[in-house]
Design a protein around this ligand. Structure first.
Ligand SMILES: NC(=O)C1=CN([C@@H]2O[C@H](COP(=O)(O)OP(=O)(O)OC[C@H]3O[C@@H](n4cnc5c(N)ncnc54)[C@H](OP(=O)(O)O)[C@@H]3O)[C@@H](O)[C@H]2O)C=CC1
Ligand SMILES: CC(C)(CO)C(=O)C(=O)O
Length: 307
């Protein structure tokens, strides 16, 4: 099974690296700067689940991409999605399965429109990872999982084959028969965490310890849960039960990748992760005052960032 990992950042580098470490046929589609970093230093993963340096990981750049791949693991940020689609389109053949790792949901519609719904699986990951100043992939906590599945819930041969390949290298790899529900639950959790930690500029533990902090976090979770419910995906499945406790754990150092990006002065996925959720709330007439403040805050950050 030929796997093209689009982007060798935190998520692509981590999961693609683990598959490569397990001997899978992985190629990273990268842009010139990342290509030279990987050629010079290898793909370095620092992780509580085991460090590894993968020398000379196979890479390809968009202009040289000709072969069709069986699987495309899409791990760019939402604001790079159009550019990434143009870059990996040549790798998509009649039997290619695209597995997106992006937070949010809107990318599914965009990918469907370009490649056809039958090529786009559902996908998500739960991990806290980042690139450090040496451009090494750093996993910040042991937690990790990656889910994928047919969006109609069927068990297909292609998902069985992907599952076998992913399980061989990644702890926490799971084929899901309820991937749309899982994606919505992940979005509910992530948007609550990202909106809260970005707005309060601190961890879940510090927010919980502040006056009104617990009510604020749970109020945010109520708003995002109401949107999911109005969209036909009431949260409450096993994934959600597992992650919900993270928002109420005293002393938790947890933050969202969006908050880490703000601290580093990087662009954020404000429209994809929060703005799109508010649009769905408006369509369903669900009041979301806390989420709106977080969105205004993120858009003000974006304006200040570009000057
Ligand atoms: N980090 C985390 O802990 C988690 C992140 N996510 C989600 O996963 C997605 C990816 O996040 P993350 O890995 O953190 O982001 P990163 O910024 O670390 O990595 C994204 C990578 O995509 C690459 N990229 C973008 N466009 C292209 C292109 N056209 N061709 C090749 N490479 C491209 C970028 O390359 P370049 O270096 O050239 O800019 C970059 O290395 C996001 O939607 C995020 O919300 C989900 C769960 C946890
Ligand atoms: C919810 C979480 C923390 C875990 O994957 C995440 O997706 C993120 O920080 O972007």
């Amino acid at each position: 099974m030929r796997i093209l990992v689009v982007g060798a950042g935190a998520i692509g580098g981590y999961f693609g690296g683990r598959l490569l470490q397990a001997g899978r046929d992985v190629t990273f589609l990268v842009r010139p700067r990342r290509a030279s970093e990987l050629a010079r230093d290898g793909l370095v993963i620092k992780s509580p689940n085991g460090d590894v340096t993968l020398k000379n990981p196979p890479t390809v750049q968009a202009d040289a991409l000709k072969d069709k791949f069986d699987v495309v693991l899409l791990s760019c940020k939402a604001f790079d999605l159009d550019d990434a689609i143009a870059s990996f389109a040549a790798a998509v053949g009649p039997n290619t399965a695209i597995i997106p790792m992006l937070n949010g949901m809107k990318h599914l519609d965009i990918l469907d429109a370009v490649f056809g719904k039958q090529r786009v699986l559902g996908g998500l990951c739960a991990i806290a990872a980042t690139l450090n100043e040496k451009r090494e992939v750093v996993q910040l906590q042991p937690m990790q999982s990656i889910n994928y599945g047919e969006r109609d819930g069927k068990t297909s041969d292609r998902v069985k084959a992907i599952d076998e390949a992913f399980k061989s290298g990644i702890n926490g790899a799971t084929a899901s028969q309820n991937i749309m529900q899982d994606m919505w639950e992940k979005w509910v959790f992530l948007s609550s965490l990202a909106a809260s930690t970005s707005l309060m500029r601190t961890s879940v533990g510090n927010i919980l310890a502040a006056p009104g902090g617990r009510d604020f976090l749970l109020g945010m979770l109520d708003e995002t849960s109401a949107i999911a419910t109005a969209s036909g995906y009431p949260p409450g499945g096993p994934f959600f039960e597992r992650v919900k406790g993270n928002l109420t754990t005293e002393g938790s150092p947890m933050t969202a990748s969006m908050f880490r990006d703000i601290k580093a002065g990087l662009p954020v996925e404000a429209d994809h992760v929060i703005g799109d959720l508010i649009a769905r709330a408006d369509a369903a007439k669900v009041p979301v005052p806390k989420l709106r403040i977080a969105y205004t805050h993120l858009k003000a950050y974006e304006l200040q960032r570009v000057g």
